[in-house]
Design a protein around this ligand. Structure first.
Ligand code: PGA
Length: 251
């Protein structure tokens, strides 16, 4: 089954308005020929609308790095799916390991965010992945399975069309230490198998599973050649238009 690749850039807490506009324009300029793959930028909330404006005539999509489950209300420090859409966004990343680890977001909160994101029809990227300690204790599959089960609790089969899963081993994020293509493929195949058990084969076949964790121009081709790797969630290398452009044009 051929799934359309998705290359997503997570800008984390980087870029001023000016940096963001330049970077987005440079990336969009490298995406004129990308009809066979999707490209998504997830900049900070403060520049969502500027970035949306800059890429409006390109095939590049924009999304947020997190989202609340409510449309509006007393949720200091949060941003709603309606606000993301109003700013020109069409997607949200949920459950990134930095949200889980630094800001203590647990599986229940992540599930709430994910369902809120889907309710407002955003393309929703659920991030999962084990820590180094968990991998060394042979708990990778157990941890990833639990993150998927609880993250997707209450999600209907029809909503799965808007879900993307990103496997991001915590030990590979921002460390320059990528999972080998075999390690990544093994977990991706496991995730697809679990989704088949939870839903059905056609949903598992259509689900895009991205790899994240030190994806760079020099390792993207090997990763993308794996059967169950359908794209990449890129941090550091997404802040450099040349590197990200090369990753988008993986072979
Ligand atoms: P990295 O980040 O590419 O810098 O490792 C990936 C991520 O956190 O999504």
């Amino acid at each position: 089954m051929k799934r359309k690749a998705l290359i997503a850039g997570n800008w984390k807490m980087h870029t001023t308005v000016m940096d963001a506009c330049h970077l987005a324009a440079d990336i969009a300029g490298r995406c004129t020929d990308i009809s066979d793959r999707d490209v998504l930028l997830a900049p900070p909330f403060t520049v969502l609308s500027e970035v949306s404006h800059v890429i409006r005539e390109s095939p590049v999509m924009v999304g947020s790095q997190n989202v609340c489950w409510e449309e509006k209300g007393a949720f200091t420090g949060e941003i709603s799916p309606v606000m993301v859409k109003d700013a020109g966004g069409g997607a949200a990343i949920i459950g990134h390991s930095e949200r889980r680890q630094i800001f203590h977001e647990d599986d229940a909160l992540i599930n709430k965010r994910l369902r809120g994101s889907l309710k407002f029809d955003l393309l929703t990227i659920l991030c999962v992945g084990e820590t180094l300690e968990e991998r060394e204790e042979n708990k990778t599959f157990e941890v990833v399975e639990e993150q998927i089960r609880s993250g997707l609790a209450g999600v209907g089969a029809a909503q799965m069309a808007k879900v993307v899963i990103a496997y991001e081993p915590v030990w590979a994020i921002g460390t320059g230490k990528t999972a080998t293509k075999e390690q990544a493929q093994e977990v991706h195949a496991f995730i697809r198998n679990r989704i088949e058990t939870m839903f059905e084969k056609s949903i598992a076949d259509q689900l895009r599973i991205l790899y994240g964790g030190s994806v760079k121009p020099d390792n993207v081709d090997d990763l993308m050649a794996q059967q169950d790797i359908d794209g990449a969630l890129v941090g550091g290398a997404a802040l450099d238009a040349e590197s990200f452009g090369r990753i988008i044009h993986f072979r």
